[in-house]
Design a protein around this ligand. Structure first.
Ligand code: UDP
Ligand code: MG
Length: 319
């Protein structure tokens, strides 16, 4: 049985070697399985790629794929999964926030017959307070409005069998939101908890704005509820206008004509204007998504690799 560790890396020169050594300690002590590494250099600007090449020189289990530019972690994970040939694949971060010591537990779950073993961070001690607050609320919100279930704390750190890997890579969307994809494809998943730790070295690649955009991505990719807001909003506004119209007619019949009313007209006008702009904005979000999907650009482009027949995202093989 071949198990492949898929590791997206962007500017990870400070921690990559440490990651490799810690993982080797774990996998070398596991009997009955062969292991491979697939490092994905996501267009790093430091010497991440040369460290990968160096590690690969001394260890033939190490494969690397280097992108032509930075495509983002989602693309890196996709490239890793597409190029994996193993029976199992584990997706994990390079900063040791995903402890390799969980790999034996994951393998045990697979032996028990699960298709996937996913991890749940029981705490978020490694994250700043504000980020934790927003992330928790994001998960509450997205779970309410989408039909996939994404547990708070569920990361990308998970082991999958070939059946599930094939399902994940068959999902051809260009804008990928893996947490949703993993949940959408289903399969029998065992959840294990682990304590959050701070990254071993280097810096997080996420800015607040970056995370916000990612969250919007998740919502528009896995829920169409915001699109329906227009229907509800329109119904409520129309119903209230009707009630108000009725009130005005009765009032005019009883008390005669009445000139003042400027304030209420302005208020209603502004409210309706706001609703219309909001709905246009939501439509725009989804339209932008459709626009990007129909262009159907490759999710990643390989620059360099030591894999013999790498799978490009445009279906061709190159070296
Ligand atoms: N990463 C990547 N491409 C990017 C940003 C991040 O491949 O554009 C990788 C990064 O090298 C790390 C993983 O994704 O292995 C998680 O990134 P990070 O630790 O910065 O995120 P956090 O743990 O703070 O969520
Ligand atoms: Mg991290």
């Amino acid at each position: 049985m071949l198990v492949e560790l898929i590791v997206p890396c962007y500017n990870e020169s400070a921690v990559l070697r440490m990651f490799y050594e810690e993982s080797c300690k774990v996998i070398n002590s596991i009997d009955g399985y062969d292991f491979n590494f697939i490092f994905i250099d996501d267009g790093s600007k430091d010497d991440t790629l040369s460290i990968m090449k160096d590690i690969a020189l001394n260890d033939e289990r190490v494969k690397y794929i280097s992108f032509s530019r930075n495509f983002g972690k989602e693309s890196a994970m996709f490239a890793g999964l597409k190029n994996s040939r193993g029976d199992y694949a584990v997706v994990m971060d390079a900063d040791l926030q995903h402890p390799p010591t969980l790999i034996p537990l994951m393998l045990k779950a697979m032996e028990e017959g699960y298709d996937c073993c996913a991890t749940n961070r029981s705490t978020r001690d490694g994250d700043p307070f504000l980020r934790t607050l927003f992330t928790r609320n994001f998960y509450k919100f997205i779970n309410k409005i989408s039909d996939v279930d994404m547990p708070d704390g569920a990361g990308d750190f998970r082991m999958m069998n070939r059946k599930m890997i094939n399902a994940v890579i068959s999902m051809g969307e260009v804008q990928r939101f893996s947490k949703g994809i993993f949940s959408w494809v289903g399969f029998n998943t065992k959840w294990i908890d682990f304590e959050d730790v701070e990254r071993a070295a280097g810096e997080t690649k996420w800015s607040f704005w970056g995370l916000f955009k990612y969250a919007m991505e998740g919502i528009t990719a896995f829920s169409t509820v915001p699109l329906k807001i227009a229907i509800y909003l329109g119904t409520i506004v129309a119903a209230s206008s009707f009630v108000y119209l009725f009130f005005v007619i009765i009032k005019t019949l009883v008390h005669g004509k009445d000139f003042p009313g400027y304030a209420s007209i302005i208020a209603i006008l502004l409210f309706l204007g706001g609703c219309i702009i909001l709905c246009c904005g939501i439509l725009g979000e989804y339209m932008a998504k459709i626009y990007i999907e129909v262009k159907n650009r490759p999710v990643y482009i390989i620059g360099k690799t030591n894999i013999d027949e790498p799978v490009d995202d445009y279906g061709r093989s190159n070296k």
